[in-house]
Design a protein around this ligand. Structure first.
Ligand SMILES: [Zn+2]
Length: 119
């Protein structure tokens, strides 16, 4: 019996950036803004960046958390393709390349200046 192969289009579940990275927004209303990645959502291909793509959400009161309800500002997830890694050495958005170090660890480096991001 042959197994039928299901070809499901899989979205790469790894982002080029991760929580804590400094990134530059390259499109949308916050274009040009530099911020820190708050949360990466690889499954969705999205991420949230501190103080970027803010939305105002009406929240219900939560007596347990001593929260009275009202409008809360929070970061909305945006597409990972809208940000680029920020290189502090080049002082601008940069493309990254991957480099394998002598001890076998894979690290991301700036394509222009070779600055390492995962140290
Ligand atoms: Zn650089």
């Amino acid at each position: 019996m042959r197994r039928t192969m299901k070809t499901t289009k899989q979205k790469g579940n790894k982002l080029h950036v991760k929580a804590g990275d400094r990134v530059v927004v390259i499109s949308g209303k916050d274009k040009g803004k530099v911020g820190t990645v708050k949360q990466a959502l690889p499954q969705k291909g999205k991420l949230t960046v501190e103080d970027t793509n803010m939305i105002t959400k009406a929240m219900k009161a939560n007596p347990m958390a001593n929260f009275q309800g009202g409008l809360v500002k929070l970061e909305a997830p945006m597409d990972s393709s809208k940000v680029m890694l920020y290189c502090s050495k080049c002082e601008k958005a940069t493309r990254i390349s991957y480099k394998v170090l002598e001890d076998g660890t894979k690290t991301r480096v700036c394509k222009k200046c070779d600055e390492q991001f995962d140290t």
